[in-house]
Design a protein around this ligand. Structure first.
Ligand code: MN
Length: 285
């Protein structure tokens, strides 16, 4: 099932060019009181919601995908976890680029581990990436994003994929420079997730997905998730050995070679097989 969030906090099931509005199904399942849970409540409830979404579709109103503003399919991730250089060809590319301060930042992922991006950096596919430091280089990074579906602590790689509820396309936008990744990659709008999330049962093999990113129609990144240095199972095992993953936590799995700059006025198109594609504008502000 392809599930999106759109317009004014509405929830939809995507089929072809249409969105079936199933917002009422989510709203009927109750309000939350302070302290709010640290997980995303819709993702935590997804197993129960799916048959209700399916049933609601029959009488739901529908709107065209092209007529809505797509939001991040996960509204409130407790954490946005991300893997640094996790494709060997990108590691080699980064090593050749002095601007990236190789010695400090480009150690192998097995030494560095993972980092976190601020929740406030999250946007959906219809919103623009807004550059703040236009005097410095800002890069695109396409990544497969896994949406955690249930609480995961000290998970073994054998069980890891059973904790994934859904997948989406991610853009891990990056300001180049010497600051910590968590700062440079947490600028407002620098975590794009969309265009919807595809439930895990619809992906035959998350380790064999084709990623393609173009800027203004020119292909920049093209790779397969088969080339991840640490695969998705390994990333979940690593992350959950440090902290508990909660429903709705987002895991950016790393970007392949071909990372390059964007400037205001550019258009980024990001596509992952079996998930879809999204086109995102770049502005300055
Ligand atoms: Mn990245």
């Amino acid at each position: 099932m392809r599930i999106c969030r759109f317009d004014n906090q509405r929830v939809g099931v995507v089929e072809g060019d249409w969105i079936y509005d199933v917002t009422d199904v989510v709203r009927e399942r109750g309000a939350y009181r302070y302290p709010l849970p640290i997980h995303d409540v819709m993702v935590a409830d997804l197993e129960a919601l799916r048959p209700a979404f399916e049933a609601a579709k029959a009488t739901a109103s529908r709107v065209r995908l092209t007529d809505v503003r797509l939001l991040s399919p996960v509204a409130n991730p407790g954490k946005i976890v991300a893997a640094p250089v996790n494709y060997s060809a990108h590691l080699a590319e980064a090593a050749e680029d002095q601007a990236i301060h190789f010695d400090r930042q480009m150690k192998q992922i097995k030494e560095i581990g993972l980092f976190l991006k601020a929740g406030s950096s999250l946007i959906g596919a219809s919103d623009p990436v807004v550059l703040r430091h236009t005097d410095r280089r800002n890069d695109h990074e396409i990544e497969l994003v896994a949406v955690i579906g249930r609480t995961a602590s000290k998970v073994s790689r054998h069980d890891a994929l059973s904790y994934v509820a859904a997948y989406a396309i991610g853009l891990d936008m990056t300001l180049r420079g010497v600051e910590e990744r968590s700062l440079r990659k947490s600028i407002d709008s620098f975590s794009v997730v969309g265009p919807w999330m595809v439930t895990a049962d619809e992906l035959s093999d998350p380790a064999n997905l084709q990623l393609t990113l173009s800027v203004n129609g020119e292909t920049r990144q093209q790779a397969s998730t088969a080339d991840l240095v640490i695969d998705l199972e390994g990333l979940i095992e690593m992350a959950s050995s440090f902290y508990t993953l909660h429903p709705g936590d987002l895991l950016f799995t790393g970007t392949p070679a071909g990372v390059g700059p964007v400037t205001a006025g550019d258009t980024i198109t990001a596509e992952i097989s079996q998930i879809g594609s999204m086109t995102v504008q770049v502005l300055a502000g």
